[in-house]
Design a protein around this ligand. Structure first.
Ligand code: UDP
Length: 354
């Protein structure tokens, strides 16, 4: 079976690193990869291919910037051309980015079956571009690889049990990545802080594109840095641009975005994770650290249920108080929430059986 995989953003490279390896190991599967170019900086893209052994993309589309509609439209048109030429048996998409939606839609219109990895996640916030992308992608997929029980329940509630599609809980490929690469963690170059820093990531549009929220968060980070522990912030390019526009001042330890092996090293040594990322919420759990999430909803609800993650929104006082309360807390993974590192293998085996 010939698979056509579409990736384009940082978390998709990390997920593909384990799935593409499982595909290569599985008899009867071959893979062609399109990189849409959605993330293109060396430290947002190339470093992951170099570090994680992801096969070089067969097609590099170089599509980034512009509005959501413009970016998705250009991807749709160029991905369609590749699909017509390559004639894959199935298309594989990951997560919830514009690259995911464009790939799924282009395939569906050409009647090529679509498998969605990370299906069924919901924030129930339709103002998030990611929520729109994931709902529409699920609708045109015929194999829905869910990472959690909650994702399965979301799809059941939306009537997927009555559709002629396959909905499977295979576990989360990001747990596979965390386990696979944890022995290879490396320090970011020149990093000199001792353990116990607050590892922070910040890039959700709902925070970066809302000046009041961004100001509240920046102010909270500055306060945590001076009152709790040094804040280490590998700064996402979107956030850097938003901060430059507003003229806000960050008085924390800002570093360039790091590779995944450096990110794991930081996760292993921090005293707490403060984030608005999807993936990093789970990684803090995988590495036994409490997580404070600067959002009002999460797709990874099970982490809140087991007390590993707390949602604090963009509320300055709440962020500072919760970080202070949770700092240094150890989290034990007593619950098999994410499949135990077998997701990629299960996905490859299932695809080859189709
Ligand atoms: N990540 C990384 N370097 C960084 C920041 C994040 O490798 O400087 C990794 C992180 O460990 C996780 C993934 O990027 O595996 C998460 O991606 P991101 O937060 O950009 O996206 P989201 O998960 O929110 O969609």
């Amino acid at each position: 079976m010939k698979l056509l995989t579409i990736i384009g953003a940082r978390p998709q490279f990390i997920k593909a690193s384990v799935v593409s390896r499982a595909i290569a190991d599985q008899a009867g599967l071959s893979e062609v990869i399109i990189h849409t170019g959605q993330h293109f900086d060396a430290n947002m893209s190339d470093i992951f291919f170099d570090q994680l052994g992801i096969p070089r993309p067969n097609y590099q589309l170089d599509i980034h910037g512009g509005s959501h509609g413009e970016m998705t439209g250009r991807m749709l048109s160029e991905i369609e051309q590749v699909m017509i030429k390559e004639k894959p048996d199935r298309v594989l998409v990951y997560g919830d980015t514009n690259s995911t939606l464009a790939g799924a839609l282009a395939a569906a219109k050409l009647h090529i079956p679509v498998a969605h990895i990370e299906a069924g996640l919901r924030s129930f916030n339709m103002r998030m571009p990611e929520e729109i992308n994931r709902i529409l992608t699920d609708q045109v997929s015929d194999i829905l690889f869910c990472p959690t029980q909650a994702a399965m329940e979301n799809l059941a509630r939306e009537g997927f049990s009555d559709k002629p599609v396959q909905v499977l809980n295979v576990g989360d490929v990001m747990q596979d990545s965390a386990l696979f690469f944890s022995q290879r963690a490396t320090a970011p170059r020149g990093f000199a802080l001792s353990d116990g820093f607050v590892l922070t990531t910040l890039h959700r549009a709902e925070n970066t594109d809302d000046p009041a929220k961004l100001e509240a968060i920046i102010s909270a980070l500055n306060m945590v840095h001076s009152a709790v522990a040094p804040v280490v912030l590998p700064l996402h390019p979107r956030t850097r641009a938003a901060i430059d526009r507003t003229g806000l001042t960050l008085n924390v330890h800002v570093i360039e975005p790091v590779g995944y092996l450096e990110m794991i090293w930081l996760l292993q040594r921090c005293g707490l994770v403060l984030t608005d990322s999807g993936g990093v919420q789970k990684e803090s759990f995988f590495f036994g650290k409490a997580c404070v999430t600067m959002r009002d909803q999460t797709e990874w609800v099970e982490l809140v249920t087991v007390g590993a993650n707390e949602l604090v929104g963009a509320d300055q006082a709440n962020i500072v108080a919760t970080v202070g309360r949770r700092y240094g807390q150890k989290i034990e993974d007593q619950h098999q929430l994410y499949g135990g590192g077998q997701a990629a293998k299960r996905i490859a085996e299932y695809l080859s059986s189709k």
